[in-house]
Design a protein around this ligand. Structure first.
Ligand code: ATP
Ligand code: MG
Length: 416
């Protein structure tokens, strides 16, 4: 992509009312646009990052046997009344509206109720189970405070998966597989070292739900980490009884501030019972389906990566989710050198390397600063020297290290 064609532009300052580092950097880079507190638009560069994150998550969900769908955001009041979750006293993040007829509707802050209700049409017998379904869905939540940029939106993208199984054992087996897949996802997006499986409140069978918490000063949660065992306990459930149940010792735990990037839940048969999702087991008895619910905050994850991996110059994307693999910087007005840069750009694209080509008429200093702000993993610098040497300066955004390579090596490096 030619940078001169991007309608977005980098900017020196973020809006004054934006206090979150993730949103400040993403706005300055032209990745997102702030519409109001908690509501952001994803611009071409930002969308590329979101799509990469989604594809990693999609691959992992598909390998678990997940089937992708998309639910509607409009939800019926009557359905949520069946589980006593319509009332604003019970759920304080509802956005609600009404049809012309006067019927009340809610905008989906979660899809556990509608998807479980829908399954009544498709699940009747043990032969119909298990079912694993997932979606990437825009959730709407009227959050009281939205000061964490895209880490806490009033509108945000979530991947939610639901498992419908015939027994507690089948549920447990799948739940463990999801846990492993989640850890792999956080590894793949570059947060593996600082993300912990965390015991939290809620959940049938074991009294816990599991969160995936990434250590981050800007996070909103407090967790206690056992770094040897690589697990953590959320402050909200930390007590002596819980520690002994989990076989943890207080003196091995370190307190950290963290951001919740994922949350998985066992509902047992409770919600299916409330909504009437039953199936005939092998003995012909009607029993409730066992439900599991598995969420990852896709847009929050993007914000967490920006906060956790960035530096004082800007964003540092891991290769796996960067909008482009390389940023080609043309630093000369000489026609011959410009032709060379054009040639390199074409050759890289032909070889399947995603390149953002800074072909703008800007001073070198500005191009460098913008490249560091945008955070694309490798910068290829083509200036007056390059014409004679035919060696390209390749700079790693993360380490700042540079090397001089010929075209062949450049392609090999960036393809790999
Ligand atoms: P939190 O405790 O942060 O409010 P939650 O427990 O209500 O989150 P879940 O309903 O479990 O969140 O949603 C699944 C995932 O969606 C969370 O783990 C988080 O990553 C993400 N998420 C939740 N709320 C938001 C939000 N307002 N903005 C962005 N992502 C969110
Ligand atoms: Mg949660």
């Amino acid at each position: 992509m030619l940078q001169s064609r991007l309608f977005t532009k980098t900017r020196k300052d973020a809006p004054k009312d934006e206090v979150a580092l993730n949103a400040q950097l993403l706005i300055r880079g032209g990745y997102i646009h702030k519409e109001m507190a908690g509501a952001y638009s994803y611009l071409p560069l930002g969308l590329r990052v979101l799509d990469k994150i989604k594809n990693i998550v999609r691959e992992e969900m598909n390998s678990l046997g997940g089937e992708e769908l998309v639910m509607t955001s409009l939800q019926r009041k009557e359905l949520w009344e069946e589980t006593d979750r319509w009332d604003d006293e019970r759920v304080d993040v509802w956005f609600k509206s009404a049809l012309k007829s006067g019927a009340e509707v809610g905008f989906g802050w979660s899809h556990e109720e509608p998807i479980t209700d829908m399954m009544k049409e498709y699940v009747a017998s043990y032969r119909d189970l298990p079912v694993y379904v997932y979606q990437f869905q825009t959730k709407l939540r009227n959050e009281l405070r939205a000061k964490s940029g895209i880490m806490r939106g009033r509108e945000f993208l979530m991947k939610d998966m639901y498992s419908y199984t015939a027994s507690e054992e089948a549920h447990k087996e799948f739940y463990d597989k999801v846990t492993a897949a989640y850890l792999k996802i956080f590894e793949r997006v570059g947060l593996g070292d600082i993300t912990y499986l965390t015991f939290a409140s809620g959940g049938a069978f074991t009294q816990f739900s599991h969160e995936f918490q990434t250590v981050l000063p800007a996070g909103e949660d407090t967790i206690y980490i056992d770094s040897k065992k690589r697990i953590a306990v959320n402050k909200e459930v930390l007590n002596d009884e819980v520690l002994s149940k989990l076989g943890l010792d207080k003196k091995d735990l370190v307190e950290e501030t963290a951001a919740e990037v994922g949350n998985i839940f066992s509902f047992g048969g409770a919600k299916s019972e409330q909504l009437g999702l039953n199936f005939k087991n092998e003995d012909g008895e009607s029993v409730p389906v066992t439900l599991g619910s598995y969420g990852i905050g896709i847009t929050r994850l993007m914000g967490v990566v920006v906060e956790a991996l960035g530096d004082e110059k800007g964003i540092v994307w891991p290769k796996s989710i960067a909008p482009f693999r390389a940023h080609l910087l043309l630093l000369s007005e000489d026609a011959k050198i410009k032709a060379l840069a054009n040639e390199v750009y074409k050759t890289l694209e032909k070889n399947g390397v995603e390149v953002l080509y800074d072909d703008r008429d800007q001073r070198a200093g500005e191009k460098f600063a913008d490249a560091d702000l945008l955070g694309i993993p490798s910068q290829i610098i083509i200036g007056n020297k390059t014409a004679e040497s035919k060696l390209f300066e390749l700079k790693d955004r993360e380490s700042g290290k540079t090397s001089e390579v010929n075209l062949e090596h450049l392609i090999a490096e960036l393809r790999g």
